[in-house]
Design a protein around this ligand. Sequence first.
Ligand code: HEM
Length: 146
Amino acid sequence: MKKYSPSEISLHTTKKDCWLLIHGKVYDVTNFLEDHPGGEDALLHASANGDATQKFEEVGHSSTAFSMMEGYLIGVIEGYKGSVGGGEGARKTKEAVGGEPVKARTLQQRKPTSSSSFLDLLFPVLIVGLAFGAWYYLTFHSKAKA
Ligand code: HEM
């Protein structure tokens, strides 16, 4: 994956040559300007502003938009630490509206669910165990008495 410096990215902000920096990834959206449902000005302004991530997130783009983006990906910014995997991760991120916090929320939601389903299983087992213990104790006890 090619790496671009911020200064290089900032050289591409015109209608004939427009790059966007979103989530540390660099997109060449020159051919997409006219087709963008949000208008070409939105993209040009976002491009000129440097990092378009915030604007892009504010709009709450659909998963369709996220998968479209992958087609315009040309590289990442220098020092980029995220995954360069692409579509799938980005799409999940979006569906929950915006990146890691949402992923974390999804995981947090899952945890209680899985632990409570574990308890659901444990509970009947405990009851059966107790019943068996009681039966064993009573049988043994009454035999000891007899
Ligand atoms: C490669 C980057 C981008 C792609 C592929 C993209 C794609 C799209 C798509 C497909 C839509 C239609 C609605 C949806 O599916 O979410 C949309 C809407 C929109 N986009 Fe983007 N977009 C990009 C970047 C941006 C940026 C940086 C801005 C900055 C302001 C922006 C502003 C908007 C706005 C305002 C709308 C809403 C249009 C409306 O609902 O009337 N987009 N975009």
